[in-house]
Design a protein around this ligand. Structure first.
Ligand code: GTP
Ligand code: MG
Length: 198
């Protein structure tokens, strides 16, 4: 019997505090949802194996802190990332407006890590992705679409898709961590995208 190829993908989840990053990660591998909010401090990861074509892909999904005072703790974990998931809350305009910062800061931080490694140890630099930040894979999730039956949303799907188009055609998914809507599809697409850019 032919053995399947194995791939490990490191995925970083970013976005404002309270948008539902931890909830999405609890829902995806564990099918759990907690109503009560507990702020993430630093960073933590979960893993899930998916089969894509002939490959067994292990997704190592890193949850980070959205609260400003904890954000710097998460940066250290960006090294070696294969894909970045940006999350905003469709009911909170500010969480959409800060996407530019999350996107640009992530690329800046990863580029800085590459530069530091280049000076410290030129051999290790080849392990630090992205090698080309211009094509680094991002995905955007508009979460909490269940709230108030959609009546309290302030960011339209059209507006979100326009932002994605302006950032190099980032794939976009609308999700509900609470109702487990589109969560599997979003994470699967992350794996496919990261493999394509591999
Ligand atoms: P930080 O750890 O501070 O960065 O926040 P976070 O982005 O991890 O948010 P978290 O997942 O902790 O969710 C914040 C609150 O929103 C919690 O009370 C969740 O129960 C709630 N929540 C998360 N996702 C959804 C969703 O899809 N729908 C609804 N109705 N509530 C959600
Ligand atoms: Mg959290």
């Amino acid at each position: 019997m032919a053995t399947r190829k194995r791939t490990l993908l490191k995925i970083i989840v970013l976005g404002d505090s309270g948008v539902g990053k931890t909830s999405l990660m609890n829902q995806y591998p564990c099918k759990k949802f907690f109503q009560q909010y507990k702020a993430t401090i630093g960073a933590d990861f979960v893993t899930k194996e998916v089969l894509i074509g002939d490959r067994i892909v292990t997704l190592q999904i890193w949850d980070t802190a959205g609260q400003e005072r904890f954000q710097s703790l998460g940066v250290a974990f960006y090294r070696g990332a294969d894909c970045c998931i940006l999350v905003y809350d469709v009911n909170v305009l500010r969480s959409f407006d800060t996407l530019d910062n999350w996107h640009d800061d992530f690329l800046r931080q990863v580029c800085n890590l590459v530069l530091i490694l280049l000076f410290a140890c030129p051999l290790i630099v080849f392990q630090a992705s992205p090698s080309n930040p211009g094509i680094f894979p991002f995905i955007l999730l508009g979460n909490k679409i269940d709230v108030d039956g959609g009546n309290s949303r302030v960011v339209s799907e059209k507006k979100a898709k326009e932002w994605c188009a302006s950032r190099g055609n980032i794939p976009y998914f609308e999700t509900s961590a609470k109702e487990d809507y589109n969560v599997d599809a979003a994470f699967l697409s992350v794996a496919q995208l990261a493999l394509e850019k591999d």
